[in-house]
Design a protein around this ligand. Structure first.
Ligand code: SF4
Length: 490
């Protein structure tokens, strides 16, 4: 988008760069105190290369050990008072859901474990290019403290630079706070939702109504990511075409459904795959629409792909699933949520238990792996309903490759809470969720006990749970599927 309008800019993936920098700073292995750290530090380069090689994805045990060893090196390379992991970041005394703590992180950026990285990298870049604005995309809570430390550094070193903050997490904050900016004076603009046109307008260019151009990832270090070959991320839409599920943050936040025209989706995928030669396409949509699935089934992008889909009549047709498989579909993520029809109706899922069973069966027949998401503890659920979900999962366990079990969090923006007593914020003013009194007494503690003592221990379910790749979960799961003997897409 910026290139299309001739705006000079630099794009960096500070997440990847910061982690690799920290990794390279780890102590020499012979100085480590314990055997695990010595092994992890000694093998750090070997482990990183193994993660980039398909062989590792044939051996779940070896993979898990490699991930844990890499995590150990990061942990040991962290500054005192901080703890860095492959997918998390903690700093003593600071919470990413408290605006005062984020301001504190910005106040003393030196306390952040990634400070040496961004001091050098951003420092040099800002000195050299003297930009008028810095934009930061913040998507996960684990990134928030470091994002604010970076903002504090930029603000202190270059007070004249405008700071623009956007991304998924910022969108949720903005919706929860009714558009207020709790970081005024530090962050100049907080951008909610699809931010491309807004960013242009902040830079003085009017682009309202312009179609989004093909994403441009060329300046990113594609060969350095922690996967066996590059993954092409692509969003064919934002929001959700269904947008009705009672528990869904997308609905609670009122995010509109904005699809990329289907013809453009196919043209973008063709261009991006030719340019980047990815090993895998990750469709990032909350739910890939049936229209896009149909287009993919007719016209294969020529590269294995996966994404999140809704249970619907299209997938209940065996031929359609076979066509998806032929087009390169290697895995589908499915929000089945519950095995209780009454509950699904109350949640407005718009799908039946029978249809979910038919879809799972079809995907198994077609050879497409399934990553099933189940949700427990919604205000509408009872223990009886949860037990029906257990029965459903056991009955269809031979069609489920991976399982994700989630306990419901009540979004702060959820409007329909009549009859439910909410109890204020969990942790801080930026918390995305609120505590609530479960109307049937099926509270988090009881749900957790049920999951730990009953659900996860069932002999048909526990082997499925053990399939889950640690830390990277569904992001690496397709590589395990592609690594299986006989998979056409490998
Ligand atoms: S299908 Fe998924 S994204 Fe869409 S409303 Fe339901 S839960 Fe939300």
């Amino acid at each position: 988008m910026l290139s299309c309008h001739g705006i000079r800019h630099n794009l960096i993936d500070a997440n990847l760069e910061g982690m690799l920098h920290l990794f390279s700073q780890a102590q020499p292995f012979d100085r480590a105190v314990d055997a695990w750290t010595r092994r992890a530090c000694k093998n750090r380069d070997k482990n990183l290369s193994a993660l980039q090689h398909p062989d590792l994805y044939h051996h779940l045990d070896r993979y898990s050990r490699t991930i844990r060893d890499i995590g150990r090196v990061l942990e040991k390379a962290s500054l005192p008072g901080t703890k860095v992991g492959l997918a998390d970041y903690a700093q003593k005394g600071l919470s990413p859901v408290r605006s005062s703590d984020l301001l504190a992180a910005a106040e003393i950026p030196e306390r952040n474990a990634f400070y040496p990285y961004f001091r050098d990298r951003l420092g040099r870049m800002l000195e050299r290019d003297l930009p008028s604005a810095v934009g930061i995309s913040l998507n996960y809570l684990s990134q928030a403290l470091t994002a604010f430390a970076m903002i504090g550094f930029v603000r202190r070193e270059h007070p004249g630079i405008r700071i623009i903050l956007g991304g998924g997490l910022v969108t949720s904050w903005q919706k929860g706070l009714g558009g207020k900016n709790p970081f005024a004076g530090l962050v100049d603009h907080m951008v909610a939702g699809q931010g491309e046109n807004k960013l242009l307008s902040l830079l003085g260019i009017s682009a309202d109504g312009d179609a989004l151009p093909t994403p441009d990832y060329r300046s990113l270090p594609r060969d350095q990511y922690l996967s066996p070959g590059s993954i092409l991320p692509y969003s064919a839409s934002t929001g959700c075409y269904w947008n009705k599920c009672a528990f869904c943050p997308e609905k609670a936040e009122g995010n509109p459904f904005i699809p990329v025209p289907q013809r453009q989706v196919m043209a973008d995928l063709a261009l991006l795959t030719e340019e980047a030669h990815p090993k895998l396409i990750h469709l990032l949509d909350n739910a890939v629409s049936p229209a896009v699935l149909t287009a993919l089934a007719k016209d294969s992008p020529g590269i294995p792909w996966y994404g999140f889909v809704r249970i619907g009549p299209h997938l209940a047709e065996t031929d359609f699933c076979l066509a998806l498989k032929k087009s390169g579909c290697v895995m589908l993520k499915l929000g089945i949520e519950s095995g209780d029809q009454h509950l699904l109706d109350r949640l407005e899922k718009g799908a039946s238990v029978d249809m979910a069973a038919a879809v799972l069966g079809n995907l198994r027949k077609a050879g497409i792996a399934t990553y099933v998401y189940l949700l427990f503890g919604t205000p509408e659920e009872t223990e009886g309903a949860a037990r029906k979900t257990l029965d459903f999962t056991v009955q269809h366990s031979d069609t489920i490759d991976f399982l994700n079990l989630a306990i419901f969090n009540m979004p702060v923006c959820r409007q329909n809470t009549s009859g439910i007593k909410t109890r204020g914020f969990y942790e801080g003013d930026l918390s995305l969720y609120t505590d609530f009194e479960h109307p049937h007494g099926w509270d988090r503690k009881r749900v957790r006990l049920f999951l730990e003592r009953v659900f996860k221990r069932h002999p048909a379910i526990s082997p499925i749970l053990k399939n889950e790749p640690v830390t990277f979960t569904s992001n690496h799961a397709p590589f395990f599927v592609m690594g299986r003997a006989g998979d056409r897409t490998s």
